[in-house]
Design a protein around this ligand. Structure first.
Ligand code: SF4
Length: 372
């Protein structure tokens, strides 16, 4: 697998999708040594189940363990340190990852209990889990979701769970962005398997999950996080830690030239299981048999419009989306190839959140005297 490759698959069968991505990436050939110490790093920032939008799917973790065992890897470890104030052990249990680990005889490490090494990362000194530093290969399994301070959170920030609580507090004091980027210069992700099934709209602790029905694989954490930014309606340059990590040579934020390998398109229809916050955004949508991934991208774009206080423009003139609008015409705005008969239609199947946002801003500009 090349650095510029991004493997994406859509669907709802987490186990099958995980396997597809691992097979395509040929993960086993990246590690090669059967005695390598392999660390699997999920995101268990809080003790909540996966459907809260906060934590990594246990089904994905189990599929990774199965794959590694089948390929003869013996020294596996799942490691995590939840955020300051929550219990990692409880998170292992509540998330279902403890059960998956027991099934494959894989130990769990709460990094809060580990010994730490003080490591120089550029101009900063950081307290990092000794076990994490001793690993030969890290499989980083973050969740595609929002974050109240950094806008998004993904692969680069997920490694924060390998530090002491004292260092986590220090990172927050320093504003997160720069330390996250520097952390990734000393602790490297060998492979990133991003859980994009059902992350939170804007908070890392969950509560407003948006089913996005996708899993992403890559070897460049900066590129994978740039995909996350795009999926949430941001350009990578808007996320400061992505920009800094790119400048430090951790990876590339050139999402435009990424080689996207889409394994499976999915047309699972959207299900009305959304939180109140997401329902408020959906008031600007008229949906008829919309695919879940397409609907989720529109929700993310509308959330960005709301950030700019522009959502009001689509309260009276909502946006049409879904296969039910195929072959239909209309004077309004449509989202996705199914609505290409509409006066204004966002291209793509599904269109990216950034593309949707761009078209919606143009539409607002068209109607007002001040184009964006
Ligand atoms: S454009 Fe239509 S078919 Fe394509 S993802 Fe959207 S709703 Fe589904």
């Amino acid at each position: 697998m090349e650095k510029q490759d991004l493997i994406v698959t859509y669907g709802t069968d987490a186990a099958a999708m995980t396997r597809q991505v691992l097979d395509k990436a040929d993960l086993a050939s990246m590690i090669s040594d059967g005695n390598a110490k392999i660390g699997i790093k999920p995101n268990l920032v809080v003790a909540k189940p996966h459907n809260s939008g906060a934590t990594t799917s246990p089904v994905m973790v189990e599929a990774v363990l199965r794959y590694l065992r089948e390929h003869g890897f013996k020294q596996l470890l799942i490691l995590e340190g939840s955020w300051v104030g929550d219990s990692t052990k409880k998170a292992f249990s509540v998330s279902g990852i403890e059960e998956a680990a027991e099934k494959y005889g894989v130990p769990l490490l709460d990094t809060k209990d580990d010994a730490y090494c003080r490591v120089q990362a550029g101009p900063m000194e950081m307290e990092i889990s000794k076990t994490a530093l001793d690993l030969d290969f890290i499989i980083n399994m973050p969740v595609l979701k929002g974050h109240c301070q950094t806008k998004i959170t993904g692969a680069l920030k997920n490694l924060k769970g390998c530090m002491s609580d004292r260092e986590k507090r220090h990172f927050h004091l320093l504003g997160l962005h720069r330390p996250i980027a520097y952390l990734n210069t000393v602790l490297k992700s060998g492979f990133i398997l991003m859980d994009g099934l059902c992350g939170d709209l804007d908070f890392e602790e969950g509560g407003n999950p948006v089913p996005m029905n996708r899993i992403i694989g890559g070897v460049d954490p900066v590129l994978v996080d740039s995909y996350v930014a795009e999926a949430m309606g941001y350009s990578p340059e808007e996320i400061e830690y992505i920009k800094i990590a790119h400048e430090l040579g951790v990876g590339s934020c050139d999402i435009i030239h990424a080689n996207r390998i889409v394994l499976h398109h999915d047309h699972v229809l959207v299900r009305p299981l959304y939180s109140r916050k997401v329902q408020l955004l959906s008031q600007a949508i008229v949906e008829k048999e919309a695919c879940s991934a397409c609907y989720a991208n529109l929700i993310q774009a509308l959330a960005r419009l709301q950030d700019k206080h522009l959502l009001v423009h689509f309260k009276q003139q909502p946006i049409f989306i879904g296969q039910g609008f195929k072959g239909k015409t209309g004077d309004g705005v449509g989202c996705g190839a199914c609505t290409q008969g509409f006066r204004c239609s966002v291209p793509g199947c599904p269109p990216a959140a950034t593309t949707i946002l761009h078209v919606l801003l143009q539409e607002i500009g068209r109607k007002s005297a001040f184009p964006f």
